[in-house]
Design a protein around this ligand. Sequence first.
Ligand code: 3SK
Length: 517
Amino acid sequence: MPTCPVELNYAAQLVESNAARPDKPAFIDDHRSLTYAELASRIARFAGLLQKLGLRREERILLVMHDTIDWPVAFLGALHAGVVPVAVNTLLTVADYAYMLGHSRSQAVFVSAPLLPTLQEAMNQGNHQVQHVVVSQSPSPLAAPLLDFEALMSQADEVPACKTLADEIAFWLYSSGSTGQPKGVVHTHANLWYTAELYGKPILGLRESDVVFSAAKLFFAYGLGNGLTFPLSVGATTLLMAERPTPDAVFKRLTTGQPTVFCGVPTLYASMLASPSLPAADQVRLRVCASAGEALPKDLGLRFREHFGCDILDGIGSTEMLHIFLSNQPGDIHYGTTGKPVPGYEVDLRDEHGHSVPVGTIGDLYIKGPSAALMYWNNRPKTIDTYQGPWLKSGDKYVCDADGYYTYAGRSDDMIKVSGQYVSPIEVENTLVQHEAVLEAAVIGVEDDAGLTKTMAYVVLRDGRSGDDATEHDLQAFVKEHLAPFKYPRTIHFLDDLPKTATGKIQRFKLRQLHSH
Ligand code: 3SK
């Protein structure tokens, strides 16, 4: 196992390790690119900008930014300054951002111009006072007190890196749970270093000549490794894309940017393969692909390989472990399984009493490895439940075969993973029942024909209400209005009542049975 240095500022380390390739492009987005020398200068300048704004070591800033070259500058610039970036999903609601602002007590917010209205509403709703709002890539002049990213950068001085320790808090991400608010996952500089050393280099086999394109955005732990820390750890080039990862948007980058490494999620691979505009193998230059977020159905992996002549390494990671800890590995790919533990990590499958289960028996997945987060910020009960000494409870169920390959067997809780993003059935149900025609609702995850999970809602209407008062489309639109749009149920069925226990708890497993018969 490689050992991380005790003193480590990971941003400074990445800059230093690339000092010999100043003219090589580090990032290319849809409009601009940054060489390694420009990246180094902008990171140090961003740190100067933070100092000028009065940000102090260990204070937090919220990043609500699309994937452009400003994202790595802000993230690494904050690390360079010893300031803690809290990188959040750009698809969330006003209520989500209001919560995150208050919970993280971020002193400043860095926001992409199209996301500013949502963020401003969130700031008005919450009672935490943000000191500065800095807008990235604003197409028009900004009214005070809003600040322009580029204008501030041009006035800032480059400053030396803060001498942080490897175990010092470096950044946060948010992870959602089946109940309650999102949890602030607190990561260190060392965690970034370990994921690059244990997965990016040995498993993805990243090298300097690679051009990497991750459809998973940088605010996801999966995207952060794929599209930022891993390529920089070997001096490769990353293509960034601000827009939504539709098949056409991805094809455009695969054929024009010619990446050698592509990282996606199973739903995207399925829609790419189903698209009439799927490029031919000789139009792309892929060497290896990665998949995570949910289990990759065997057939998808086989069809992708047949078409492109390139394997997809399916793995599982978590926001809490920062990146992938169980994965198929080059030369050892078993489609339909999640492969074997990534060297440097240990996994254990346990029964409800905490005892390891034998081969062939489903158990709860626990992981041990050096990239585990420190805690959930200000959430002692959930921290205690998840971070159990050196082991971390993942919330997934797995089974291991006699040859040591692990296969996904569902979630331990009610969470549903759709296109790599967690959806809490409880949150969607609570939203559906706010519709005036809905009495009760239950949400489950079901597999579509490709073997991918989609959300399905069962709804009981109030007396006197009919499907005309609340059509499937009306209710889907209602959920999209109130929650992040990806959380809407893909199908809705109407029932006279829901199956419940004697104490009135909804029996979602009965709905799952109903669906499968
Ligand atoms: O969803 C996953 O499998 C994953 C992979 C890498 C990093 C983070 C996550 C959640």
